[in-house]
Design a protein around this ligand. Structure first.
Ligand SMILES: [Zn+2]
Length: 80
């Protein structure tokens, strides 16, 4: 599933922050010094104050990459 455009609870527009969140998270994991206080500083930098918005980022998983790995059936006529 793609990352939602808005938070499901409060309605804040958060879809544009997904790529930036991932990039900053990867940098923090590599440097291993920005995660001492958890992800709270990262969320503050992105302007996310509410826990409901934090949950959207923490619980999201990109399923489309797994679906692409499974591929598509070669013959669609057998599916009906
Ligand atoms: Zn929210």
């Amino acid at each position: 599933m793609l990352f939602p455009v808005r938070c499901w609870t409060c309605g804040k527009v958060i879809g544009h922050l997904w790529n930036e969140y991932n990039e900053r998270l990867q940098i923090a994991k590599v440097s291993n010094d920005n995660l001492e206080n958890g992800l709270e500083p990262l969320f503050k930098e992105l302007g996310l104050k509410r826990f409901c918005c934090h949950t959207m980022f923490l619980s999201h998983y990109e399923t489309y990459e797994d679906a692409i790995k499974m591929g598509f059936p070669e013959d669609y006529s057998n599916m009906t």
